[in-house]
Design a protein around this ligand. Structure first.
Ligand SMILES: [Zn+2]
Ligand SMILES: [Zn+2]
Length: 363
């Protein structure tokens, strides 16, 4: 079977790989679809130092085809969305309703027991991204990384809630707590930014200002619910955000790219007392400075949001229910599909920024 593997910095290729059967606590999943996310690129270019060689992919949905010893709650043929953070249910974070921070295992490329299930043609172990590595025709995953979903939901749409849509909608609803009638500004309108816009719309925000430097992204932003747009390459995003909100600035601002300058702009744009939520993942070597006087005087809140502060076992079905009832637009989020053989082109299109979301689909 085929998988997309990165072996060296800025290198990736489709390879023939083999897969061991599931061990205790694991599932074999025949993949239906895998979304292509910026974090995959971050593994390729070393921004996320997760170790190589590694099978990419962490935003996927598929069908359970084999069940390891001791697993309960799953049946062969179940449709599942994969979470890129397993949740054990018993650690301190899981017990405190923050399963996104579950301490069951660090994502170093191996399974939870420290061994590998995926191997290359020579038989050497391959790492997998986030216990998944789901840019592959089949995967072995921890059962505590999977969430059963309704079989009527198309897998290419379902896959998106595994990372980008959950991260964005969750940042708006769970982390920031966007309120009805509020004003919102979203800096960066890729897959996650567009999902923040959808989350703000679902929460009842009155004004949603989208900021990006690419006109095609601003057009997508309007399609998914932005009421105002700012091209940051041509205009001052901070000035425009203030102008659109009676001179004060938005109640809630979001940064969805991971660029320090943009994080500062998002923070500066908000009104006094505003909440700025940082969703973008910057580099480990970068710092974001804040004005030492204004930080207290303006009374603003800065929040980091990881995985949309999700409890995936309840949030994945919730988002898919919103999709099924026509309130969350996943259909238009999938702007291109690719075969696994064509996965490298999907990565290149991600770099070019042409898609809301590119999705790999399997036969
Ligand atoms: Zn992702
Ligand atoms: Zn846990």
């Amino acid at each position: 079977m085929k998988a997309l593997v990165t072996r060296e910095m800025n290198q990736y290729a489709v390879e023939d790989v083999t897969l061991d059967p599931p061990k205790a606590g694991e599932l074999r999943v025949k993949m239906g679809a895998t979304g292509v996310c910026h974090s995959d690129l971050s593994v390729i270019n070393g921004t996320l130092p997760l170790g190589k060689p590694m099978v990419l992919g962490h935003e996927g949905a598929g069908v359970v085809s084999e069940i390891g010893a001791g697993v309960t709650g799953f049946a062969i043929g179940d449709h599942v969305v994969l979470s890129f953070a397993p949740a054990c249910g018993v650690c301190t974070f899981c017990k405190n309703q923050q399963p996104q921070f579950c301490t069951v295992g660090a994502p170093h490329g191996r399974m939870l027991d420290g061994t590998a299930r995926m191997h290359d043609k020579s038989g050497a172990d391959l790492g997998v991204m986030q216990f998944l590595g789901c840019m592959a025709e089949q995967v072995i995953v921890p059962a505590i990384s999977a969430c059963v979903i309704d079989k009527s939901i198309p897998l290419d749409k379902a896959a998106l809630v595994g990372c980008g849509v959950m991260t964005g909608v969750g940042a708006a609803i769970n982390t920031a707590g966007v309120t009805p009638g509020s004003s919102v500004a979203v800096f960066g309108c890729g897959g996650v930014g567009l999902s923040i816009i959808q989350g703000a719309r679902l929460a009842g925000a009155a004004k949603i200002i989208a900021v990006d430097v690419a006109e095609n992204k601003l057009e997508m932003a309007r399609h998914f619910g932005a009421t105002h747009t700012v091209n940051g390459a041509k205009e001052s995003s901070v000035m425009k955000c203030k102008e659109f909100t009676g001179g004060l600035g938005p109640d809630f601002t979001f940064e969805a790219v991971g660029i320090p300058q943009l994080m500062m702009e998002a923070h500066a744009a908000g009104r006094r007392g505003a909440t700025t939520t940082i969703v973008g993942v910057g580099k480990l070597t970068e710092q974001v400075p804040f004005n030492a006087l204004m930080l207290s005087m303006e009374g603003k809140t800065i929040k980091g949001s990881f995985y949309g502060d999700t409890n995936f076992r309840s949030d994945f079905p919730m988002l898919l229910e919103l999709y099924t009832t026509g309130k969350l637009n996943l259909d238009d989020m999938v702007s291109a599909t690719y075969s696994i053989e064509d996965a490298p082109r999907a990565i290149q299109d991600l770099e070019k920024g042409v898609n809301a979301r590119g999705v790999i689909v399997y036969r």
